[in-house]
Design a protein around this ligand. Structure first.
Ligand code: BDR
Ligand code: CA
Length: 313
């Protein structure tokens, strides 16, 4: 499976990259490139963090810089959840490699041509780059094998009462994507909130006790503390890693094909993914929505992957 990643590397994106790198090394997927977008932090930081993560996992994956700002709104960075640096305030040394000269939007278009019918686009952040690529070249929708995205929810939001953060943070781009005809799997809060790490999962990481496991623990514990400050359980929710998991192992989730559109105007509902589950929907179903997840299976597989990396260090 050929995968192009589009990421706003933040804490759970980084945890997702460790997991995807494990799949790549074990021949379960071929990550051919990555692109960055502003989201959790600005695009300069998401780019630096993505380069750094590839360096730390020992992979030479190209990183193309993408859009910093959403189509119409301002960047809505969340340092209280991901740290000022986007990586839990670990303030790592700068990466050795540099991004490629190509823009992430051009990269999506080019790779969809070079790998027509074979390329899965896996999006961990706001859909600005993907939306721009589809506006520039609507045929991208027909050339991609599938778009798997972390985003959306049919059961309430996190950024607002109704909207999930990745969709809310570029609702116009998400509108373009959901209406593009691209084969789309939505891995949203309906399932990601069931997949998390908490203190009882961390023992093997404490035992591992090396630079990699200590870094991973910093990420996880920063996220746990951030959630607790927000009044939630102290959990590190594996939003982006689960989207990666669904890409690699679709039967981790039960999906339903539903018509979903994105609200761009509502005062209380901007960024909401609105599903039409009437027996007489007004439009054809356009999204495979993940509605249930085998959380224990995913979380144990996720931890195994992370520990393979930590214990090889
Ligand atoms: C999504 O928003 C971002 O903060 C996370 O990285 C994840 O992609 C969760 O709503
Ligand atoms: Ca993300």
């Amino acid at each position: 499976m050929k995968i192009l990643l589009d990421v706003d590397t933040g804490v759970d994106d980084a945890l997702g990259l460790i997991y995807m790198a494990d799949a790549h090394k074990r021949g379960k997927a071929e990550i051919i490139a990555s692109g960055t977008v502003g989201g959790n932090v600005d695009v300069e930081k998401t780019t630096r963090n993505t380069l750094k993560m590839w360096e730390m996992v020992g992979l030479d994956i190209p990183v193309a810089v993408g859009a910093n700002k959403p189509f119409l709104t301002e960047l809505n960075a969340v340092p209280h959840i991901h740290g000022d640096d986007g990586l839990a305030n670990t303030h790592l040394d700068p990466p050795h490699r540099h991004p490629t000269a190509e823009h992430a939007v051009d990269q999506i278009i080019r790779l969809s041509q070079e790998h027509a019918g074979e390329l899965t686009l896996l999006a961990f952040g706001p859909l600005t780059n993907v939306g721009l690529a589809l506006l520039r070249d609507p045929e991208v929708a027909n050339r991609l094998k599938r778009l798997v995205l972390m985003g959306g929810s049919l059961s309430g939001g996190n950024e607002t009462p109704t909207a999930e953060a990745n969709i809310y943070n570029d609702a116009e781009a998400a509108y373009v994507v959901f209406n593009s005809g691209v084969p789309l799997t939505m891995v949203g809060l309906d399932v990601t909130h069931h997949t998390y790490l908490d203190e009882k999962d961390l023992e093997p990481l404490y035992k591992s006790d090396n630079a990699r496991s200590r870094f991973t623990l910093q990420l996880i514990q920063f996220m746990m503390a951030a959630y607790q400050k927000l009044g939630r359980e102290p959990q590190c929710v594996l939003h982006d890693p689960l989207a990666g998991g669904v890409c690699l192992t679709p039967d981790l989730v039960r999906t339903e094909k539903i018509h979903v559109d994105v609200e761009t105007r509502g005062k209380l509902t901007r960024g909401m993914t609105v599903s039409d589950r009437r027996p007489w929907p007004a439009h054809e179903a356009n999204v495979d929505v993940a509605l249930e997840v085998d959380a224990p299976r995913f979380v144990s597989g996720y931890l195994e992957a992370v520990l393979r990396w930590c214990n090889a260090g």
